[in-house]
Design a protein around this ligand. Structure first.
Ligand SMILES: [Zn+2]
Ligand SMILES: [Zn+2]
Length: 168
């Protein structure tokens, strides 16, 4: 798991933490995050300033998302630099970006902070390709795969209302 032993950090200096988090790990529960394969996390934790713990490194994995236009599956390579700061009193942190330094015994759990960082960095609006034509709003056909007989005029309810007016 993604834990830093603070005793070790205190005695020996910076600690490297490396982990592969499974796509079905509890960590991703209650989020929209879906991964294809494992998510690699590697950070180096060190003490900084007045007892803060800073964990810096990298996270990489393949996110499984939906094209916002045609709803087809889109796999995106997700790779981000991580910088997480843990302070005793996170509420007092001026930038608001720090996490609570709230160890269990000697161990500081990093996984929730990692999840937060991913949620902040992940782009929720992906498209399968820039020229994706999306779905027909009337029949739902994927317009990348063919065209339907629905006229675009029909698709706009304002035209239908106009026609009704004229025919009266
Ligand atoms: Zn698409
Ligand atoms: Zn259609």
């Amino acid at each position: 798991m993604l834990r830093v032993n603070l005793g070790q950090l205190h005695r020996e200096g910076p600690v490297d933490v490396e982990a592969e988090v499974a796509s079905d790990d509890d960590l991703w529960k209650d989020t929209d995050l879906e991964w294809a394969g494992k998510v690699k996390v590697g950070v180096r934790a060190s003490y900084a300033g007045t007892g803060e713990v800073v964990a810096r490194g990298r996270i990489a994995g393949t996110l499984v998302q939906e094209c916002r236009r045609c709803l087809e599956r889109v796999d995106t390579e997700f790779a981000e630099e991580l910088t997480m700061v843990f302070v005793d009193d996170a509420d007092e942190d001026e930038d608001g970006g720090a996490y609570a330094l709230d160890p269990v015994g000697e161990e500081l759990e990093l996984s929730k902070a990692v999840r937060e960082e991913v949620l902040l960095a992940a782009n929720p609006f992906v498209v399968c390709k820039p020229e994706c034509r999306g779905l027909c709003p009337l029949c739902g056909l994927n317009l990348n795969e063919g065209s339907c007989d629905c006229s675009t005029e029909e698709a706009d309810p304002r035209w239908a209302a106009l026609r009704e007016l004229k025919s009266e």
